[in-house]
Design a protein around this ligand. Sequence first.
Ligand SMILES: [Zn+2]
Length: 314
Amino acid sequence: MLGIGIDIGGTNTKLVVVNRAGKALAHERFKTEACNGPASFLKRLGAAVGELRRDYGRQLVSIGMGAAGDVDPERGVLRFAPNLGWRNVKLTAPLEKLTGLPCAMENDANMAAWGAYEIELGRKFGDVLTLTLGTGIGSGMILGGKLYHGASGTAGEAGHMKIVPDGRLCGCGGKGCLEAYCGSRSILARARELIKNEAAFVRKYADPARPKFNTICLTRAAAAGHPAARRVWAETGHYLGCGLASLILVLNPGCVVLTGGVSRALKWFMPSLRKALCGQQIKTPFARVKIKISDDADLGSHGAALFGLERALK
Ligand SMILES: [Zn+2]
């Protein structure tokens, strides 16, 4: 039995066919083109699923879908997706009608959390917190072996926890959010404040194939010993550690999984992150928590496929 996983991104929508062991057998993708509206998107999504069904036929038994934003998992409605500009779009019911397959939809960080729980950790831990560290910061929680939604389906908005009262302005309009310190855009903004000549910095440290001021460039600069780059990553680890400490105190997870582009700089932010965790007064929840970095760039779509299978076969 196979499941289809779908990750609806701002630029591309990715599809994957996954078996029950989490192994990906096929990939598809198409341009999301959210500006053409949900009806056009659903038509193209239905066509992409149709192609996979031609190849895998009745082996395909379910669809799991993840999208960034506010998702109502019970009704299968994308309530608000800032990166797509959509509000209150019904997705699962029309897709089920088009394809005849049962379809589950969740926030993309929840799907990454399910992927971490099943694929990365092989269900060894019942209580897992996953943080997705990219432009934005999302989180998903598996508690007692179940995906935790909260009362209205929005649990896990860890990126907008306030970690500095009246701190830096966040993309959400609030001040002092975790994302305003540890989202990639904010990390680069803090670095810009310290680096005097950005063009020279990019020339010296960026990947020659992608000469851009990004977190990869900042990581390469830290590896070369650039003091401002090292300082920015150390501060990022401190803020991330403060946020994570609060989450660990509340949830007492067995494992924390960090994923997303920013997590690749672990060598440079992990020492200060661990220091922030060690500095807590209540020691027990920190004594045994395992912190794992996942470098699976498709954790969200793979997790979505497995979550869809889990729901369909329950
Ligand atoms: Zn915010």
